[in-house]
Design a protein around this ligand. Structure first.
Ligand SMILES: *[C@@H]1O[C@H](CO)[C@@H](O)[C@H](O)[C@H]1NC(C)=O
Ligand SMILES: *[C@@H]1O[C@H](CO)[C@@H](O)[C@H](O)[C@H]1NC(C)=O
Length: 353
């Protein structure tokens, strides 16, 4: 992580024109969280997603000493079908604190309730969360498989994303208590001239409703990496382009209790009713009522719209006019026109990464 952060910082400060806004406030938040033993809550950062390199590039905004302390650095969600296809890649991204995440378009194991989201909720909460003693041991898979063992014990502190593979379970460790998780809730890259965002997927609402206690939430607005790695760039496509303007704007910490307290209380009431019926549930694990009932869905919708509004507030400080109020709704993206990646009828360019 330190090496990658150094490259990103070098690129941002040496080869780009950068503008960081609100960084001092964000560094203060990180400084207070330096010692996991004294943290009282997790940290959730939420941003728009404009290019494949957003993460790790944007963390080049942090002075290098922050990259020397992975315990006080972000956990991210990375696509299983891109970042976890074999052992070397799994190793690279796992050491980079990226969690293997299935995308529904590419995997039957995708969606809101996959075990990786449970890990993310637990990372934000007051851990450690030990896997059950009787967790099945993963079968021995070939060297080319993405499986990784837990390096420190005899292989128990792992979780499986699909029932047979195996990855270290970060939330099983005490020093990961109240961690920092970053999420791009648009769920894919979205480049559009007017810099509007897609609707947010609901995973972010699980992180807010179910983490205990409510994490601190910092909305972040990113502009410019879309020029560094523009989707229309030509050969050599894999090379980031120097000489662009990059701006990263950190919003103020949201008071989670004030912004989401009402939703969290309704969620906890629902949960208490369900636990009354069928016994206690583990953090990040839900029964069907909490997954699919109208009330649960409504809570997640409302929560997701509020987080998106918080990111829009930061966007507004960059001088962009307000978006069309329909911009936050999934239905609006029916007009993107055309399925899959690439240039859409509404002028945007998307990419599933
Ligand atoms: C889980 O993932 C591993 C590695 O990608 C694969 O070998 C295995 O078949 C998958 N299992 C299921 C049930 O999809
Ligand atoms: C960067 O911003 C400056 C000032 O707004 C502008 O003059 C310049 O053309 C921009 N550079 C690029 C590569 O867009």
């Amino acid at each position: 992580m330190t090496a990658v952060a150094a490259l990103c910082r070098g690129f941002l400060l040496g080869l780009s024109t950068t503008e960081f806004t609100g960084l001092d406030g964000f560094l203060e938040v990180l400084d207070k969280r330096e010692d996991p033993a004294t943290r009282e809550r997790g940290l959730l950062t939420v941003s728009n997603h404009v290019c494949v390199l957003d993460d790790p590039l944007i963390w080049g905004a942090l002075p290098l000493r922050y990259a020397l302390n992975p315990e006080n650095h972000r956990w991210g969600l990375g696509s299983y079908d891109l970042c976890f296809t074999n052992k070397p890649l799994s190793m690279f991204f796992s050491l980079g604190q990226v969690l293997p995440t299935h995308r529904s378009a590419y995997s039957q194991h995708g969606g809101l309730f996959q075990p990786t989201i449970t890990q993310a909720i637990r990372l934000l909460s007051r851990g450690p969360f030990l896997p059950p003693n009787n967790a099945p041991q993963p079968p021995r898979l070939p060297v080319r498989s993405p499986d990784l063992a837990d390096p420190f014990t005899n292989g128990h502190l792992t979780f499986s994303t699909n029932g047979t593979d195996s990855f270290p379970a970060p939330s099983a460790y005490l020093n990961r208590r109240h961690s920092w998780v970053h999420i791009f809730p648009e769920g894919m890259i979205h480049q559009k001239e007017d810099r509007t965002m897609r609707y947010f997927k609901w995973g972010v609402s699980r992180l807010i409703l179910e983490s205990e206690p409510c994490p601190d939430i910092v909305p972040v607005w990113v502009e410019g990496p879309d020029q560094v790695m523009h989707e229309t760039r030509e050969f050599p496509r894999f090379l980031p382009r120097p000489g662009k303007n990059v701006s990263i704007t950190f919003g103020n910490v949201l008071d989670g209790e004030k912004a989401f307290g009402d939703l969290r209380r309704r969620w906890q009431q629902m949960r208490a009713i369900e636990e009354g019926k069928s016994g206690p549930m583990e953090v990040g694990v839900l029964n069907d009522v909490l997954k699919y009932s109208d009330e649960a869905v409504r809570l997640r919708e409302e929560c997701t719209l509020r987080v998106r509004a918080a990111v829009l507030d930061v966007r507004r400080t960059r001088g962009h006019p307000d978006e069309d109020p329909k911009g936050g709704l999934a239905a609006t993206y029916a007009i993107e026109g055309g399925k899959g990646e690439g240039r859409k009828a509404d002028g945007s360019i998307t990419r599933e990464a």
